[in-house]
Ligand binder design. Structure first.
Ligand code: FEO
Ligand code: CA
Ligand code: CA
Ligand code: CA
Length: 636
């Protein structure tokens, strides 16, 4: 896979992109823009008013939403609705402990500082109440921006630089205290902990110990070091945090000779890394020396945030791919169901169903529910006459079933899980437009998944225009929704429709590229990514699009967070982010009166942000606190 292929689905230091590659990318953009017209034929296929059939028109009177929408913004700040306020909770580099150095602008810190500081590029996060005045926030630190992290912008890496980058990855667990003015971070708090790319972890579940997971440092294949590219997250009712490993492939590379297996290639592992250069200073990441090391990443990791000495556990039963989030729900019959997206063009949506049942009376007995169960992958069937809705089914990924046999290259359940992508292809799963987060409605059996965009739709043979992915060269993204058969999340079948097609009604007219009826000039956005429900049933949507959002993209301004009413379909813009950021990660307090929102990579590619501290400061990813001035429920 070439660098430009990696560009918008890999998080990596973009200054590493060779100049000629940037030129190719720009050339492609122009071609794609022109190509859009040819792709409009899809609209005719779907009939005169396809969107109105799928989605109720917005009324503008949602009983769920009581705030006034904010306009798009290009300001280097966060904008929230009237009557709301936004404050900073914590930023990249803030010391979790009083004996750790403060953040120094322009790359002034060392690896030893970063080891005790808040990690970089905060992403998914979960709030764990402890008592009335104490809570824990567990927060993913996805990756690093070398152009902001180092004064040399990654061009002159040292071993300490690589160690510093590794220490900025992983998870930050922080203690929160409720003060008179709201929830605040507590330095030296008893739950404070950094988990990074070198923290010892247990490999558990059906793939534990498999030959593909064995390395010279771990000949048993049972202990891994670290977690990185932790994108989105999940939480369990037994009080643990789930952190999901996404673009792990980009951290491996080699300057030596290596012949990579087709399986590693399917996961995007290549001799050329994504620019992090870890393999040059830490041979664990050198593919020529340790070809199995990448197999130990791409998992969901379970962490006990209440015990800073606990060892994180890689739960292999949930499959190995480029995980987005892990949305967990207890089914009516007591089984634990986890919905999982694999964020790459043409990859899939998965579901795990636990073997054992949840016991609300015995949390200790629940601790290993993710150890054993069945993994499935989604197949969406086209609706009649091109309707943007239809039926779907979950296909079991179990060794010996559905062609997952030695004749087809699968010799055990461990191999099915380690090579879940290959298994999904074997069983004929539907290729999707980059599945990002999944969210389950708090009271109704209804599931939403963001499909962020996919320029390969209708271009690559394995990604034809189809039911839930109805637009060729889809730069806008959509949100697919399904209702499990009989209201049971463990059921075999489901009914799907599209909750929203993002688009641009000002550029496109009468085609699916204009977006669905609940998308208009006031709320348009592209590239939906983070989503989550609050307890009142409001669906929150965060975007990760091209922040300039011009031309073929929807909406003018920066990335943003919107609120949607899942019943009426209405969508309202709630928050806009600073320059060149992505809005990602959301967590509510149980009283729904405080919302934590993540601002990731402000000022990436030296775009000129000084968020959050202003002046000439280095821009820093931050977790923000949103409250209402009247102390009310967020969004209501
Ligand atoms: Fe880390 Fe798919 O976003
Ligand atoms: Ca994401
Ligand atoms: Ca994204
Ligand atoms: Ca991101």
């Amino acid at each position: 896979m070439s660098q430009f292929e990696l560009k918008d689905e890999q998080n990596h230091p973009r200054h590493q992109v060779p100049e000629f590659t940037q030129m190719v990318e720009q050339g492609l953009s122009r071609r794609r823009f022109l190509g859009g017209a040819a792709a409009l034929g899809a609209a005719a296929f779907f009939g005169a008013s396809p969107i109105s059939r799928a989605i109720a028109a917005a009324t503008g009177k949602s009983p769920l939403m009581g705030f006034k929408a904010v306009p798009a913004s290009t300001k280097d700040t966060i904008v929230v609705p009237e009557g709301y306020k936004v404050e900073r909770l914590i930023s990249w580099g803030d010391p979790l402990f009083s004996n750790v150095a403060e953040f120094i602008d322009n790359g002034g810190n060392k690896a030893a500082d970063q080891a005790g500081q808040f990690g970089d590029n905060n992403d998914g996060m979960s709030f764990f109440p402890v008592d009335d005045s104490t809570a824990i926030l567990a927060i993913n630190n996805e990756y690093t921006n070398y152009e902001l992290m180092f004064s040399h912008q990654g061009k002159n890496m040292s071993e300490d630089d690589v160690r510093r980058a590794q220490a900025a990855h992983g998870v930050s667990v922080i203690t929160l205290k409720k003060q008179a003015d709201g929830w605040r971070f507590e330095q030296d708090g008893k739950f404070n902990r950094r988990i990074d790319a070198n923290t010892p972890m247990i490999i558990s579940g059906p793939a534990k110990g498999h030959a593909l997971l064995q390395t010279s440092a771990d000949p048993k294949g049972e202990r891994a070091l670290g977690t990185f590219n932790n994108c989105a997250n999940g939480m369990t009712p037994w009080g643990t945090y789930l952190t999901c490993e996404e673009n792990f492939n980009g951290y491996f590379g080699t300057d030596g000779e290596v012949e990579l297996s087709p399986a590693l290639a399917r996961y995007g592992v290549a001799a050329e890394d994504a620019g992090y250069q870890w393999h040059r200073f830490d041979e664990r990441f050198d593919l020529a020396k340790h070809p199995n090391e990448p197999n130990r990443f791409g998992w969901v990791v379970e962490i006990d945030p209440r015990d800073p000495s606990s060892t994180p556990i890689k739960r292999t039963a949930l499959g190995r791919f480029k995980h987005e989030n892990a949305e967990l729900v207890i089914d009516r019959d007591g089984h634990v169901v986890v919905y999982l997206g694999d964020d790459e063009r043409g990859e899939h949506i998965y579901r795990f169903v636990s073997k054992n049942k949840y016991n609300p009376k015995d949390q200790a007995a629940n601790r290993n529910l993710l150890e054993d169960g069945t993994l499935y992958v989604a197949k969406f069937h086209n609706g009649p006459n091109g309707a943007l809705k239809g039926k779907g089914e979950w296909i079991e990924l179990s060794f010996g079933k559905n062609g997952l046999t030695p004749e087809n290259g699968f010799n055990s359940q461990a191999e099915v899980l380690i090579h879940a992508r290959l298994a999904a292809t074997q069983v004929g799963a539907t290729t999707m437009d980059r599945p990002e987060w999944v969210a389950v409605h708090p009271t109704e059996p209804m599931v939403f998944c963001t499909l962020t965009n996919n320029r390969n739709r209708g271009v690559k043979d394995n990604q034809p225009v189809d039911g839930p992915n109805p637009r060729a060269e889809n730069h806008y993204g959509q949100i697919v929704r399904w209702r499990p058969e009989g209201g049971r999340h463990s059921a075999e079948g489901f009914d799907w429709d599209l909750f929203v097609l993002a688009g641009n009604p000002e550029v496109h007219n009468g085609s699916l590229y204009a977006g669905s009826a609940n998308l208009n000039a006031d709320n348009m956005f592209n590239s939906p990514d983070g989503i989550g429900f609050d307890q009142g049933g409001r669906l929150w949507i965060q975007t990760d699009g091209n922040y300039s959002n011009e031309g073929n993209f929807a909406g003018q301004g920066n990335n943003q967070m919107l609120c949607a009413d899942p019943d009426s379909g209405e969508i309202r813009r709630f928050l806009t982010g600073p320059v060149a950021c992505e809005v990602t990660g959301l967590a509510f307090t149980p009283d729904q009166k405080t919302l934590f929102v993540g601002i990731q990579h402000p000022g990436e590619e030296l775009a000129g942000s000084h968020f959050p501290l202003g002046g000439d400061s280095t821009p820093r990813s931050s977790v923000m606190i949103v409250t209402r001035e009247d102390g009310g429920i967020i969004g209501a």
